[in-house]
Design a protein. Structure first.
Length: 299
């Protein structure tokens, strides 16, 4: 995988989703043997159970997993490179087990998933892939023994279980997924995805030249980016307002002594215009009754 903004996004995005459920998750994982090669994402699960929160992605990662994400259709060189990476990891797995005198069952061996936007029928036939009814459209397997599979993102059904994978798609597929994402209720997973998508938008906006694909991505997430930007501005305002209220409370305490909980709550409920007025008025306060009288003027 080349080091483009979308590639960086895909790696960080997958790491962010998988980290809460990982014994180990590494992006740009350096293979331990042979010629220098990297795996986009290496994931070691905490348990061998599917992760319902992640939909189909959570079913894909019940075993140690190599994830390779492609922005364009898979070439022959890409395919053989992925196979080579899996063989290297499997070989190292066996050597480690032998040294430690462990017995590895077939389901415990690492598996490889190649996530691609599209794949021609010719490509799929050439790999002699199999589909499985329980997985549905878009998932293809190169036999159970090989432990290799394809996710063809643009063939995935538009259902909640595939949403997190469809966000790695292109054009209208990604746009549809983003629209669904925005409709989800607030939750940590949604927040994490939104943050990564907006980071991708920021990276793309900084580039002086962009490919057509990058222009399309920017268009897809533009509404989301603006929502994030407005939220950040609002959060900044709220943080500044909170600081001003805290300052006023400290100044009041110095002028008239310790404030009751009721008076503290009353200050926190004031508008920013009223806080500014209080900041001027408290310079003349001597006792608590002065503050009580001032509150009466704004009731």
């Amino acid at each position: 995988m080349t080091n483009t903004p979308h590639d960086q996004f895909a790696k960080q995005y997958l790491k962010g989703m998988l980290s809460p459920f990982a014994k180990e998750v590494i992006i740009s994982y350096e293979l331990p043997v042979g010629e220098a090669q990297q795996v986009d994402v290496w994931f070691m699960p905490k348990s061998r159970q599917p992760i319902p929160e992640l939909g189909r992605l959570g079913e894909m990662t019940i075993a140690p997993t190599l994830l390779e994400v492609f922005r364009n259709p898979l070439s022959d060189d890409d395919l053989f490179s992925c196979i080579e990476k899996l063989c290297k990891v499997r070989g190292e797995w066996k050597r480690t087990a032998k040294r430690e005198k462990l017995k590895i069952q077939q389901p415990d061996y690492p598996q490889l998933w190649m996530i691609v936007p599209t794949a021609s029928q010719e490509r799929l036939r050439g790999c002699n892939v199999l589909s499985k009814e329980e997985w549905g459209d878009g998932f293809f397997f190169m036999g159970d023994t090989l432990r290799m599979g394809f996710v063809v993102v643009h063939q995935l059904p538009v259902v909640p279980e595939t949403l997190l994978l469809r966000l790695l798609g292109k054009g209208s597929v990604q746009r549809q997924a983003i629209s669904e994402l925005l409709e989800l209720p607030e939750q940590p997973l949604r927040t994490m995805v939104l943050e990564n998508l907006t980071k991708l938008q920021i990276m793309l906006k900084k580039r002086t030249t962009r490919t057509q694909d990058e222009q399309d991505v920017m268009l897809n997430i533009d509404t989301l980016y603006e929502e994030w930007r407005n939220q950040a501005i609002q959060e900044g305002r709220q943080e500044e307002q909170s600081r001003q209220r805290s300052l006023i409370l400290r100044l009041l305490t110095r002028r008239i002594g310790v404030l009751s909980d009721e008076w503290c709550d009353r200050v926190r409920s004031l508008s920013m215009e009223q806080i500014e007025l209080l900041g001027e008025a408290l310079l003349d306060f001597q006792v608590g009754e002065d503050f009580r009288a001032w509150l009466a003027t704004i009731d």
